[in-house]
Design a binder for this molecule. Structure first.
Ligand code: C2E
Ligand code: MG
Ligand code: MG
Ligand code: MG
Length: 296
């Protein structure tokens, strides 16, 4: 190994790397029974219209609290679940739990919410996926058009024909498809051409460069404007992720972004708190509408 790296390089024992490997192995074994032990739960983050702030839905995000340990972030445990195949039963649980929650919210009168669920690329390879989605919708009586399936760019390109086939079968159920974290991967534009996405989620890293008064970032704005224009010319809905400041929101609304998501509106929260946040956003929207009406 040291030889491969060329002269002068010494292959050393790296304690930090070793510790990380041991930690991953420990988490992997804890994950194996985590679903059965009920250690997962979903939190829900609101999405609103950029112009006017009407809340339109939520994204369901997975959380893992191992018994007796600190919560582990999805960026750590989801890749481990993908490697082991555990993402299949967990992904199914996510889908069913989110559908049941939406059903509950509908019964409690929260109305016309959309809800988005993340799918890992590994789930797209699961021959049971389409049936699982159909089953989760049927069991809860949720209209398919309420469900958005979010897919990251990651592995779609590896087999574009296969990806298109699966995504098309999902669309035939009546659900909508979102391309998540758009702009961070590679070959993004070929996905748009070849795959049946309805929604583009612009990655939060682009939002970060927007609208900070005094720290204008011309190239950041140009890129965001181009992504918004791309979505519009392809008749896709654009969601800006990671909106944290009123300045970012104002910029996005002024530049034709459709929907926004971010800590400014609400953090991902447990169902009851998320419902309260949705009610607050709806009340703020109604108040703004009324004020606008009063001025006309
Ligand atoms: P994502 O689908 O792009 O989700 C958005 C992430 O951005 C979430 O991180 C959310 O908490 C975070 N976020 C939202 N608003 C803001 C903001 O204003 N500022 C910042 N800095 N961050 C914000 P989270 O919950 O840690 O999830 C990370 C990723 O893990 C997700 O990215 C998604 O790819 C994956 N993931 C989460 N839940 C699931 C799941 O149920 N299944 C699968 N397959 N993947 C999931
Ligand atoms: Mg997502
Ligand atoms: Mg995203
Ligand atoms: Mg992400």
């Amino acid at each position: 190994r040291a030889k491969e790296q060329g002269g002068g390089t010494v292959c050393r024992y790296d304690p930090a790397m070793m510790a990380a490997t041991v930690e991953r192995a420990r988490l992997r074994s804890l994950l194996a029974g985590a679903l059965e032990r009920g250690e997962f739960h979903l939190v829900y983050q609101p999405l609103t219209e950029a112009a006017g702030g009407r809340p339109v839905g939520v994204e369901a995000l997975l959380r893992w609290n191992p018994a007796g340990g600190a919560p582990v972030p999805p960026s750590t445990f989801i890749p481990l679940c993908e490697d082991s195949g555990l993402i299949l039963p967990i992904g199914r649980w996510v889908l069913e739990t989110a559908c049941r929650q939406l059903r509950r919210w509908q019964e409690e009168g929260h109305g016309e919410l959309e809800f988005a669920v993340n799918l890992s690329p590994r789930q797209l390879r699961d021959p049971a996926l389409v049936d699982n989605v159909r089953g989760a919708l049927a069991a809860t009586g949720i209209e398919p058009s309420r469900l958005v399936l979010e897919v990251t760019e990651g592995l779609l390109i590896e087999d574009m024909a296969f990806s298109r086939q699966v995504l098309t079968r999902l669309k035939e159920l009546g659900v909508r498809l979102a391309l998540d974290d758009f702009g961070t991967g590679y070959s993004s534009l070929s996905y748009l051409n070849n795959l049946p996405f309805d929604i583009l989620k612009m990655d939060g890293s682009f939002t970060r460069n927007l609208g900070d008064a005094g720290r204008e970032n011309a190239s950041g704005q140009a890129v965001a404007r181009a992504i918004i224009g791309l979505a519009r010319s392809l008749s896709m809905t654009l969601v800006a992720e990671g909106v944290e400041t009123p300045e970012q929101l104002a910029w996005l609304a002024a530049n034709g972004c459709t929907l926004i998501q971010g800590y400014l509106l609400g953090r991902p929260e447990a169902p009851q708190a998320a419902a309260a946040t949705l009610d607050r956003l709806a009340a703020e929207h109604a108040r703004r509408q009324k004020e606008r009406g009063d001025f006309v």
